[in-house]
Write a protein that binds this ligand. Structure first.
Ligand code: HH2
Length: 283
């Protein structure tokens, strides 16, 4: 198995990648695809964030704008208003790094000022202002591939070769981030499962994850409860845990080092077993 990255540096330290790391999802939105509205109330969101820490999350990823297919964007003001109390509360109480899931440099800047250590940008840091921000503030980065934007990305996504096109996009984003001064070991990459991808595209990317792993950066994979899992009998989003664990396990076997998930407790347990079976260092 190929495992190239040893650590992922962020603003306040580094995450060692000697085992699979779990990034817990906290969507403070009324409309996210699987948990929209559930944590829209800041107190409930804060409680859920702390619960994920107790359950063994290595990072909590906080988002205030849904990027589900067809979703409408929200303003930076509204996005920050939603996540501010949750980020401030978690920064004061949680002892693990926090990440903010945003495409907007203004929101990322506020979040960093409030204690966030990682910026997760589903648009792959295509905005120059975002690149400069993450370079100047020395945060960890997740650069994800998305075709187009959430509103239209699932309208007939087309690729000549999805694996090579996603690889080329991420390689180019890595070069731009490094050129702007972002430390190479702070950059994680993500194929963007479901972001402008038909089922066959998602499967191809997950099967050929080695093509992304060999770029030498930690690979983040977000398969949790996604619609392609429902295609294999998983049903609605809340019924996709078993399929999500199967997909995460195989992604890890193929070199993913960070999994972004809703079901933290179950995933932490599953990944312990996956790591025991897959990690070469343990043999
Ligand atoms: N998926 C979603 C959002 N952010 N970030 C990364 N790095 N990778 C992903 O696969 C990813 C992501 C979509 O899932 P979710 O946050 O549950 O839903 P929504 O966008 O509807 O809030």
């Amino acid at each position: 198995m190929v495992r190239t990255a040893r650590e992922w540096r962020h603003r306040t330290g580094e995450i060692t990648l000697d085992r699979t790391r779990v990034m817990g999802i906290l969507n403070v939105t009324p409309d996210s695809f699987s948990d929209g509205g559930r944590y829209f109330d800041p107190e409930t969101a804060l409680r859920r964030g702390l619960e994920m820490v107790d359950q063994g999350a290595d990072v909590v990823d906080i988002g205030g704008e849904s990027t589900r297919p067809g979703s409408d964007p929200v303003s930076a003001e509204e996005e920050w208003r939603r996540i501010r109390p949750v980020i401030q509360g978690l920064a004061a109480k949680a002892d693990i790094p926090l990440s903010v899931d945003t495409m907007k440099p203004e929101v990322a800047a506020h979040a960093i000022d409030s204690g966030v250590s990682i910026v997760n940008d589903v648009s792959g840091m295509r905005d120059e202002a975002m690149v400069h921000l993450v370079a100047a503030r020395r945060v960890g980065v997740v650069a994800m591939h998305m075709l187009g934007n959430p509103k239209t990305m699932q309208d007939h996504p087309t690729y000549a070769d999805v694996v090579e096109e996603v690889r080329a996009f991420l390689a180019e984003r890595i070069r731009s981030l490094e050129a702007a001064g972002v430390s190479s070991d702070a950059i994680a990459i993500d194929p963007g499962v479901g972001f402008g991808k038909a089922v066959a595209h998602n499967l191809a990317l997950l099967r050929r994850l080695d093509r992304l792993v060999d770029l030498g950066h930690p690979v983040v994979v977000g398969v949790s409860r996604k619609s392609f899992i429902g295609r294999f009998g998983g049903g609605e989003a809340g019924d996709r845990l078993a399929g999500s664990l199967a997909a995460a396990t195989l992604a890890v076997a193929r070199g993913a080092q960070i999994v972004r998930v809703h079901d933290v407790a179950e995933t932490v347990r599953a990944m312990r077993v996956a790591d025991a079976l897959a990690l070469e260092e343990k043999l």
